[in-house]
Design a protein around this ligand. Structure first.
Ligand code: PLP
Length: 428
């Protein structure tokens, strides 16, 4: 880990050019790598020698970006994936098999809920969902000797609940299981979950890390802090892997056992690899991450304050607002109380007014994405949840007038002017 401040790491960590080499991270657009002898390749296959052999498993361009992200999060290693979904999946499959179960906060991203509740279930892994409101006793009763991990999200998409790190890391560790945190919305600039007891971090890099709505991607980062030998719960890490001549990950790779196995076994077998070009673009996004997330957060707070004073707005949800139920927690866990660029609000007049509002926006564009440098907006009731009736929406906790607004890094005056003119068209 370098000793630089985080904004410097965004630019300087990872690729270090040697004398006469390109200043900018090169794109190693090659599926494979050449060696002088078959003996050397055999050593790579045995994992006794480090090096690249085939881009499905590792690639220099991707590796430099992984080094940068590991440094930003303060981990011992990272592995990029082709999407955030692949990162969530592999983070779980790396330590779970059929018959095991996981405990997850219900507030996590909808795509993660689908993955856990539907697809993992088909693989024989049961997800047990918990809520913040549950008592210690109720939560503890979800764990048994087949529970393998606890999963949560720093800043939940889209509910913007700020994760209670101290409470849930204590619970996870009292059951001798790791805490896995999806840190996509906060990014390591606003929160470094390892400093608050998390053991593994995942990201959808498609969000703020890329930041320009260009590349879908994900990453898993290993803190190196979790003791996998505890209770003999993780035999896949502590007993011989027959697909590597009986190698034991915790013996061969010490505190990088988890992330090494994720790559050499699961990436090898599942192949959800990022392309070198995608890693190059992600690296460009990372270079300005510190600058962008601050501007996103500052703009979002102004927009949230503007909306909360507007007559046509029923409610605004943004942890940066003083009256938000998670404001105190945001101040504790998020750097300088910055809360990212996503603001959600409910417009008076339900689905009908929400549609007029959305269609009247000019600068903010309607897209199915958040965390872009450009301001964007989504109305779940008419898009992602459009098959539901108003009653069903209510049951899902989504009011018909609920709007998710992803504040960009334009001049906040222009974003507010756009909101003003669109709201004017919703007035009677
Ligand atoms: C978008 C998102 C994901 C899924 O990532 P993809 O890159 O779209 O596969 C996972 N977690 C969170 C919090 C997200 O916002």
């Amino acid at each position: 880990m370098s000793s630089y401040k985080i904004a410097t790491k965004c630019l300087q960590s990872g690729y270090q050019p040697k004398n006469g080499e390109p200043r900018v991270l090169p794109i190693y657009q090659s599926t494979t790598f050449k060696y002088d002898s078959s003996e050397e390749i055999a050593q790579l296959f045995d994992l006794t020698k480090a090096g690249h052999m085939y881009t499905r498993i590792s690639n220099p361009t991707v590796e430099y970006v992984e080094q940068k992200i590991a440094d930003l999060e303060g981990g011992v290693g990272a592995m990029c994936t082709s999407s955030g979904q692949a990162a969530s999946l592999i983070s779980v499959l790396n330590i779970c098999k059929a018959g095991d179960n996981i405990v997850s906060l219900i507030s996590v991203y909808g795509g993660t809920i689908n993955l856990f509740a539907v697809t993992l279930k088909q693989m024989g892994i049961e997800a047990r969902f918990i809520t913040e409101e549950m008592t210690e006793e109720e939560i503890n009763s979800q764990f048994d000797d087949r529970t393998r991990l606890v999963f949560g999200e720093t800043l939940a998409n889209p509910s913007l609940v700020v994760f209670d790190f101290e409470r849930f890391s204590k619970i996870a560790h009292s059951h001798n299981v790791p805490l896995i945190i999806d840190n996509s919305f906060a990014t390591p600039i606003l929160c470094r979950p390892f400093e608050w007891g998390a053991d593994i971090v995942t990201h959808s890099t498609s969000k703020y890390m890329d930041g320009h709505a260009q590349v879908v991607g994900g990453v898993i980062v290993d803190s190196g802090n979790f003791d996998w030998s505890v209770d003999d719960k993780y035999p896949e890490l502590t007993t011989p892997d027959e697909s590597y001549h009986g190698l034991i990950y915790t013996e061969a790779f010490k505190n990088a056992a988890y992330i090494t196995k994720a790559r050499t076994q699961l990436m090898r077998d599942l192949g959800s690899t990022p392309q070198p070009m995608a890693a190059f673009l992600l690296n460009m996004g990372l270079e300005t991450l510190d600058l962008r997330i601050r501007k996103h957060s500052e703009n979002a707070l102004k927009i949230a304050q503007f909306l909360s004073q507007h007559d046509l707005i029923e409610s605004v949800n943004y942890p940066g607002l003083k009256d938000n139920p998670y404001h105190e927690r945001a101040n504790k866990y998020l750097e300088k109380g910055l809360s990212s660029g996503v603001v959600s609000f409910v417009i008076k007049g339900g689905r009908e007014k929400a549609t007029v509002f959305m269609d009247s926006l000019e600068l903010a564009k309607i897209v199915v994405h958040v965390a872009d440098a450009r301001t964007s907006v989504l109305h779940p009731a008419s898009t992602t949840h459009r098959q539901l009736t108003d009653e069903q929406l209510d049951a899902a906790g989504i009011s018909p007038g609920f709007i998710r607004f992803s504040v960009g890094i334009e001049d906040s005056d222009d974003i507010i002017a756009d909101l003003k003119q669109a709201l004017k068209k919703c007035g009677n």
